[in-house]
Design a protein around this ligand. Structure first.
Ligand code: SF4
Length: 98
């Protein structure tokens, strides 16, 4: 359906709530493997929530609090480059529209 009927994806995602599990990240990157395999740059490109960004030194920063729990990063990451699990119960994304 069109944006006219449902609004843009960005507007709909903005309605979600996030319960942040401070100090207990559910995403960790092995920077060495991510760099050697090119996984880091790939994560920056594919994540729909822009959780990953490249630092000036080439390492990858992770803003895990905005994760939509879609699993796309797991599908593209080289073995060993990414540790990912769902946030603890009651934490993470709470969808307001489907
Ligand atoms: Fe981004 Fe989806 Fe991976 Fe979360 S699960 S970090 S939203 S690609």
């Amino acid at each position: 359906m069109s944006d006219f009927v449902y609004g843009s994806v960005e507007k709909r995602l903005a309605k979600n709530l996030f319960e942040t599990d401070d100090g207990n990240p559910h995403i960790e990157i092995n920077q060495e493997i991510a760099k050697v395999t090119g996984t880091g740059k790939l994560l920056v490109k594919v994540c729909p929530a822009h959780v990953y960004s490249e630092n000036p030194d080439g390492t990858i920063a992770v803003e895990y609090a905005g994760c939509l729990e879609c699993g796309t990063c797991l599908a593209v990451a080289a073995p060993g480059a990414l540790k990912w699990h769902y946030p603890e119960g009651g934490m993470g994304a709470m969808y307001r529209e489907g």
